[in-house]
Write a protein of this length. Sequence first.
Length: 359
Amino acid sequence: MRYKEIFERNYKNKKVLLTGHTGFKGSWLLAWLHQLGAIVKGYALTPENENDLYLLLDGDGLCHSVIADIRDKQNVKNAILSFGPDYIFHLAAQPLVRQSYKEPLYTFEVNVSGTANVLDALRELNKPCSVIIITTDKVYENIEQHYAYKEVDKLGGYDPYSASKAAAEIVVSSYRNSFFNPATFDDHNKVIASVRAGNVIGGGDRAKDRIIPDIIRGIEKDEPIAIRNPQSVRPWQFVLEPLSGYLLLGAKMTEQPKLFCSAWNLGPHTLDVLTVKDVVEKAISVFGRGVYCTPPQTGQPHEANLLQLDISKAQKQLGWQPKLNSAEAIEWTMQWYKKVHKTPAINLTFYQINQYQQL
């Protein structure tokens, strides 16, 4: 499926509220929505440093940006009700596992209460709206076995980040059942879905404790890249893969509002998984330089070693398919970083979006 036609039909000149628009994924989604002709209002915290993708893209020129905390119930409500969105993509989050060990309460406040604030404001929005809540592939009770998790599997979470996102899924389910039930859609005109995706890679990511930014920092500083868990297996995917799923789901929800109000997994094919070591070696190969080391890991917080998703529901019901395999995802990512010193980030980002839409 080529996305451009269905996306332009559903998003051109439509109002889209995008929380977390200053983050890595949020910046890519903002660029894509801008290309599609959407009218975007962003709600997020200030970018953390001058190299953040949002600033490289001149994100303020792509949307009306509201800098505010997702935990601020009244600010969230005001932003939504004053704008009157046709779509909401809720990406605002504390997104890091290791950071959640340092700031567990903040993580729960942002990821659980922040989600509830968005959904609660919808109760006063007097117009149709399609809402996509972004969680993570880590919402499942991980049994650390070669098993691809389905949307109906048990939710859980060892670390505060994973637990907070699983809790957010329960919040979504409660609000959908209680206030935005598909059976009573004609009364409220709201459709709510959640999407579980993770281990996203792509140009412009500068987060701490994520593998691609760690690789780039090591290369830039001419230092060995320290990898914590070289044999950990993850479903790696290029950033435009889940974003295409978000946009496709939003479009389908609008066109057939009673059929898509549920949870969805988005990820690579089950057999297309790489270890952290594989990713580092491929990235170094594409970039053309860099070395890595595996220092002893003692006293480190728990992180899952194995995680896979079953994406058959999205394939069968949404018609969504991954377009790039893991090796191609790394290739596209590292090419972005290689070229960004000579080519404006906005040009590289728009180019990759256009290339992806043609696949």
